[in-house]
Write a protein that binds this ligand. Structure first.
Ligand code: NAD
Ligand code: DAU
Length: 336
């Protein structure tokens, strides 16, 4: 199988490539990645000589066309992914997440691929006040990131219906694990705690996310590549809903750091209170997550403790300006 992984130098993409090489040594994998601030070739260091790598933009036809014409399976992880950044500036989100997906789908339409996997997100459903969303629930994205992802999600479906592109859409809950950029909540809390810096908690910290280990997500994707039906959408989740404040306290406790590092800061505008997925459809096919958050989080904390050389250069680079803009006044206005 010739496999094109877009966004393969990011968090989930790089974990997927490593997982796929192990599971399918016969796959010929090429990564297409723009290497934005979130893409990092260091994520692929240990497997670099076993894959092809092309630096390019999914929204650029001339980057995409030759690669799509030479693949059987395309997995589109490439996206702008951080909600907070989409609130500051949404231009890149619309361009990559919507236009980029369109360019990939157009190329896929010209070539007979075996599967086109569109990595969508649980955020497209919006906030779950009660109960859990099924794949039939209406979409109600509420921030520029999730709205862009919802656009891509429905565009992919439209290319299945209209042009018969063999699209499978997956909507996964919050991932955690190694190689996640320190802008995201869990790695931000871990790395700040390791540096004895405050942990910024938006609002009351009682927002709920359903956490899944990234390798469970990779396993679910591999399962759907084999068993999913074109034209179908599948929810994927860890089934482990927790309030953010609980996660932050657990991280501090595990690292032996004081709870006084927690700082409640001004909330994210339009902050979705809770995400929750019904995963019966995937369970009926026979897939279940394997990892408990308790164990996965401990391992993840350990990974960041041992891989300072991975995250320190990120945190001391251009990320510092972003951090100042995003948290500077919020933290100075907060009480210890
Ligand atoms: P990430 O930000 O870590 O990685 C994104 C990757 O895409 C980076 O390597 C970046 O360089 C690349 N990229 C960005 N724009 C590009 C472009 N125009 N052309 C080519 N490459 C480009 O993101 P992630 O957390 O690994 O998420 C991967 C996918 O999974 C995204 O589609 C995201 O929406 C989806 N998702 C993420 C989560 C999560 O919890 N992280 C949950 C559900 C779905
Ligand atoms: O649900 C899937 C989505 O999960 C993916 O589609 C997105 O790409 C991914 O970024 C993630 O979005 P979230 O907004 O849920 O993740 P984030 O890590 O930014 O935040 C998790 C929760 O923690 C959320 O309720 C906001 C809160 N938070 C986040 C940060 C960065 C804080 O309280 N403080 C922070 O500093």
């Amino acid at each position: 199988m010739r496999v094109l992984v877009t966004g393969g130098a990011g968090f989930i993409g790089s974990n997927f490539v490593r997982f796929a090489l192990e599971r399918h040594p016969d796959w010929r994998i090429t990564v297409l990645d723009k290497l934005t601030y979130a893409g990092n070739l260091a994520n692929l260091d240990d497997i670099r000589d076993r894959i092809g790598f092309v630096r390019g933009d999914i929204a650029n036809r001339s980057d995409v066309e030759p690669l799509v014409s030479d693949c059987d399976l395309l997995i589109n992880f490439a996206a702008e992914t951080h909600v907070d950044r989409s609130i500051l500036w949404a231009d890149d989100f619309v361009r990559t997440d919507i236009l980029g997906t369109y360019v990939l789908l157009e190329a896929a339409r010209q070539h007979r691929l075996h599967r086109f996997i569109q990595i969508s997100t649980d955020e497209v459903y919006g906030s779950a006040v009660t109960g859990s969303f099924t794949e039939e629930s209406p979409l109600n994205p509420r921030n520029p990131y999730s709205a862009s992802k919802a656009g891509a999600d429905r565009l992919a479906f439209a290319y299945f219906v209209t042009h018969n592109v063999p699209v499978i859409i997956t909507r996964c809950s919050n991932n955690y694990g190694p190689y996640q950029h320190p802008e995201k909540f869990i790695p931000l809390c871990i790395t700040n705690a390791l540096e004895d810096q405050p942990l910024p908690i938006y609002g009351d910290g009682r927002q709920v996310r359903d956490w899944i280990h990234v390798l469970d997500h990779c396993d679910a994707l591999d399962f759907l590549i084999a068993h999913g039906q074109p034209g179908e959408t599948y929810n994927i989740a860890g089934g482990q809903e927790h309030e953010n404040i609980h996660i932050a306290r657990t991280i501090l406790e595990t690292l032996g750091k004081p709870p006084s590092l927690i700082r409640h800061v001004a909330d994210r505008p339009g902050h979705d209170r809770r995400y929750s997925l019904n995963t019966d459809k995937l369970a009926r096919l026979g897939w279940h997550p394997q990892r408990q958050l308790q164990d996965g989080l401990r391992e993840t904390i350990e990974w960041y403790r041992r891989h300072r050389s991975w995250w320190q250069p990120i945190k001391s680079g251009p990320f510092r300006d972003y951090y100042k803009k995003q948290y500077g006044s919020r933290l100075s206005a907060s009480l210890p």
